[in-house]
Unconditional design. Structure first.
Lengths: 262, 206
């Protein structure tokens, strides 16, 4: 099947556009394929999931013929008609144009069928606002060591897909930046998608103990907007734990000596 | 006069930015090019399709665009999908063993972003889905394992719509994913016939 992906720009109310997909039957038997349109959405880990009832635009695109029958080795172009309603909101709509082999109902216990998908991105013309929010950030309250774990969740609540770059930085109580690291580069977030990321950043071994401002800076969209969230984390270098233990032992020792004297 | 001839030769030799997709009811040319050299040549089992003189040709991309500039970089892309066995029989279940039936899905694509394979539909009836990562003899469990270098499935998992089974981030001639469906029954499993239809879908990664 081809093309793999196609992008078509349409105006609300438009009914004269079509998407064309080529299908080849590479098997050595005659095959009948059902032509369908699926919606697409992005999962929390970034994978694109296809299915019915996921996207309002599924009903805007219809296969001209419900089925296509191909002889072994035969290729054919099939047409999907695009009818965008007048009240369609401007933005990006992701769809899957599918050819599914029919007659797959199992006579035995499991019938396995295959669908092959050509991705269609419908760009409905109009004013589109890029918008992304940080829905959750987590860091431990206190950290010992030079690997600092983090997680954050973001939501594209705009109507357009947006590329996303994420930088994480940490600043000590003197205002010095001890780490500034790009953790996500050019990830694509589809409209309505919520994604969760996690990992750890590595800081140099010797830093001042105390509170650090942990900052998530997310640059997104073609307009280059920025979303920022901060958290406070208490950092204790491994040597400071050792020092604290020595102090505790010393205090206990002094207290015992004073008891003996009394 | 000599100057006119020289200018004429330069203009003939200059690459012209004239190229586009053309089609009618009976033909389609999805890529053509007007330049100062190259062409189609064939000899024996060799085919040469060369070009010369195109301006700024090449491939460049980011997450928001992909440019295939020039004739040699034009492509429509393809995705192929094959299932070795579309009808599997798990047979009659027993309490002493796990019944297994396998099929292999083969995917090929020239997409630079690779492909993903997912479950897009499940219908019919089955016994209890596996939940502990392994279908075990003597317990009522049903699920599948996916083997292959592109597989994202660990252990035995339940058949569920929306599951991404395999993914690869690049061009592949033939990625094989072996799906092993497994079922076992306990002494209390209700007697009956169970049948399920499962749709798997392959798409190029966005």
């Amino acid at each position: 099947m081809g093309p793999l992906k196609q992008q078509i720009s349409v105006a609300p109310g438009s009914a004269d556009q079509t998407a064309i997909v080529s299908i080849v039957n590479s098997s050595n038997t005659k095959r009948k394929y059902a032509l369908k349109v699926l919606g697409a959405k992005q999962s929390a880990d970034g994978a694109i999931i296809y299915g019915s009832g996921m996207n309002i635009a599924e009903s805007w695109v219809v296969a001209k013929d419900k089925y296509v029958e191909l002889a072994p080795g035969q290729a054919k172009e099939v047409v999907f008609e695009i009818n965008v309603p007048n009240d369609a909101k401007a933005g990006s709509y992701y769809l899957g144009l599918t050819a599914e082999q029919t007659s797959l109902k199992s006579e035995k216990s499991i019938g396995v069928g295959g669908q092959i998908i050509s991705v269609l991105v419908l760009q409905v013309a109009g004013m589109v606002q890029e918008s992304l929010i940080i829905t959750e950030t987590t860091v431990p309250r206190s950290i010992v060591g030079n690997k600092w774990p983090f997680t954050f969740s973001i939501l594209n609540n705009g109507a357009a897909s947006v590329p996303v770059d994420v930088n994480i930085s940490a600043r000590n109580w003197l205002g010095h930046i001890v780490v500034d690291q790009k953790v996500i580069s050019e990830a694509m977030l589809l409209p309505g998608a919520a994604r969760k990321y996690g990992g750890e950043i590595k800081v140099k071994n010797f830093n001042l103990p105390g509170p650090y401002e942990f900052q998530y800076k997310i640059k997104y969209g073609l307009t280059g907007q920025t979303a920022v969230a901060t958290k406070t984390v208490w950092y204790f270098p491994p040597c400071s734990i050792f020092l604290i233990l020595i102090i505790i032992i010393a205090i206990v020792g002094v207290a015992k000596n004073q008891k003996k004297k009394m | 006069m000599v100057a006119f001839i020289a200018i004429g030769l330069i203009l003939i030799g200059m690459p012209h930015p004239v190229a586009s997709e053309m089609s009618s009811a009976n033909y389609q040319i999805y890529a053509d090019s007007v330049q100062n050299g190259g062409g189609y040549q064939a000899a024996g089992s060799f085919i040469l399709q060369d070009t010369s003189g195109e301006l700024s040709s090449g491939y460049s991309s980011s997450s928001i665009y992909e440019i295939r500039a020039g004739y040699q970089y034009m492509e429509r892309g393809y995705l192929s999908f094959d299932i070795s066995d579309e009808s599997l029989d798990l047979g009659t279940l027993s309490t002493s063993s796990v019944n297994i039936a396998s099929t292999t899905i083969t995917i090929g694509t020239d997409s630079s972003t690779g492909y993903s394979l997912s479950v897009t539909g499940v219908s019919g009836s089955s016994i209890t889905d596996v939940a502990d990562g392994a279908v075990t003899a003597g317990q009522e469990e049903y699920g599948y394992a996916a083997l292959g270098s592109d597989s994202l499935i660990i252990g035995d998992t339940a058949v569920a719509t929306g599951t991404i089974i395999a993914s690869y981030d690049g061009e592949t001639n033939a990625s094989n994913i072996e799906l092993g469906f497994k079922a076992s029954k306990s002494a209390s499993t209700a007697v009956g016939d169970y049948a399920q239809s499962i749709s798997f879908a392959a798409a190029a990664n966005i």
